[in-house]
Design a protein around this ligand. Structure first.
Ligand SMILES: NC(=O)c1ccc[n+]([C@@H]2O[C@H](COP(=O)([O-])OP(=O)(O)OC[C@H]3O[C@@H](n4cnc5c(N)ncnc54)[C@H](OP(=O)(O)O)[C@@H]3O)[C@@H](O)[C@H]2O)c1
Length: 341
């Protein structure tokens, strides 16, 4: 059987995603060849395939930032990994540690000049990988590099929440469910919003303390205030963007924090600016995280035995375009994963 990689070629849109033959390449001295076994999808991937992610992407482009697999060959200088190790990719291939800078943020997988992981084989710099925690399957591990690390950065590394605090999480997509799991393990009080009462029930089963349907309560900051004795929350996981930022600002306590992450409801907003200073708001932009942060997160996940919540529908490798359609339909809960075997 010929092995393949997926490529976006000849134009934008799911119709231009096609499988092309691929072959194993020998790794260079500091590199590792991984036999990919699992992938996962992020909202970003749907933007990229439709040409809505930053500047124009050079085509052909191998999509997807997130995946896991098994080391198949290592270069002569590689010491920390060996054949047979289970590994996951690092979202920012050039950001190992320390604060972000332009160079560190310019090699994100699956966009621009950095091919993604939707491929049977992928050669990585050894520092572009982390070991997969033993207790996780490859499918579970494949969901961590972007969404989980973003939630981790938004609650722990870049915008730390403190013990006893209350955090509001928007929606039940990939980042948000990881944020719920991490916040719950940290002992924080959690409020979560969704357009679906059924999804809110599932969020409660994962530990959410309070739930709000944002469709039936478009001014949901009022519900947040009611649920916090008028005070507001300490911290918001802001994935909605244009349609939610004002409600998020109205939801925080004076001096509260907003981890600005996503643009699910649009990228441009008419913000009532006095809200920013009247609320003494702290807004922290998040851009996933570094390899060091991913290692810290994996340690935390292992300690708390946190298992990623996989959507009830998992896809096979040839069904990649269908997995995108499932994400676009917003019927999913948690992470959409794709098995390569
Ligand atoms: N800055 C970063 O580093 C970073 C990293 C990862 C992701 N992101 C961004 O974060 C966002 C979430 O990514 P994801 O991969 O988690 O997406 P996702 O899994 O596709 O999330 C989809 C869910 O978001 C919820 N949602 C949609 N519109 C909403 C709204 N107006 N208010 C509240 N919730 C809403 C819905 O939840 P319900 O079905 O429950 O209503 C929907 O099912 C995206 O914009 C993505 O680009 C940014």
């Amino acid at each position: 059987m010929t092995q393949t990689q997926w490529q976006l070629d000849g134009g934008l849109g799911l119709d231009h995603l096609a499988q092309k033959p691929c072959h194993p390449i020998d790794p260079g001295p500091d590199e590792v060849r991984v036999r990919m076994t699992a992938l996962s999808l992020n909202f970003r991937d749907t933007l990229i395939v439709h040409g809505m992610y930053g500047g124009k992407q050079p085509l052909p482009l191998t999509p997807l930032s997130d995946g896991a697999g098994v080391v198949e060959a290592v270069g002569e200088n590689v010491r920390d990994l060996k054949v047979g190790d289970r590994v996951s990719g690092v979202f920012h291939q050039g950001w190992q540690a320390g604060p972000p800078d332009r160079e560190r943020l310019s090699h994100a997988l699956g966009a621009g000049e950095t091919p993604g992981l939707a491929s049977y084989w992928r050669v990585f710099p050894a520092l572009g990988l982390v070991k997969t925690p033993d207790y996780l399957s490859d499918l579970e591990a494949a969901t961590l590099p972007c969404a989980a690390l973003t939630a981790w950065a938004a609650l722990v590394e870049d915008c730390p929440a403190k013990p006893g605090e209350c955090v509001l999480i928007e929606g039940t997509g990939g980042v948000s469910i990881f944020a719920l799991q991490i916040a719950h393990a940290m002992g924080l009080r959690t409020l979560i919003t969704s357009s679906s009462d059924e999804k809110l029930e599932r969020a409660r089963a994962l530990g959410a303390d309070e739930t709000i349907n944002y469709k039936t309560n478009p001014q949901w900051s009022k519900n947040v205030r009611d649920l916090t004795d008028g005070r507001g929350v300490d911290h918001v996981i802001e994935v909605g963007g244009a349609g939610t930022l004002e409600q998020a600002l109205r939801s925080i306590r004076i001096g509260g924090r907003i981890a600005s992450i996503g643009v699910l409801s649009g990228i441009k907003t008419d913000l009532t600016l006095p809200l920013l200073f009247m609320q003494h708001a702290h807004i922290q932009g998040i851009s996933v995280g570094s390899r060091d942060m991913q290692i810290n997160m994996n340690r935390f996940f292992s300690h708390h035995q946190i298992r990623p919540v996989l959507d009830e529908r998992t896809f096979s490798y040839p069904e990649l375009p269908q997995s995108y359609q499932h994400m676009i339909s917003r019927k999913h809960f948690g992470k959409i994963a794709i098995s390569i075997d």
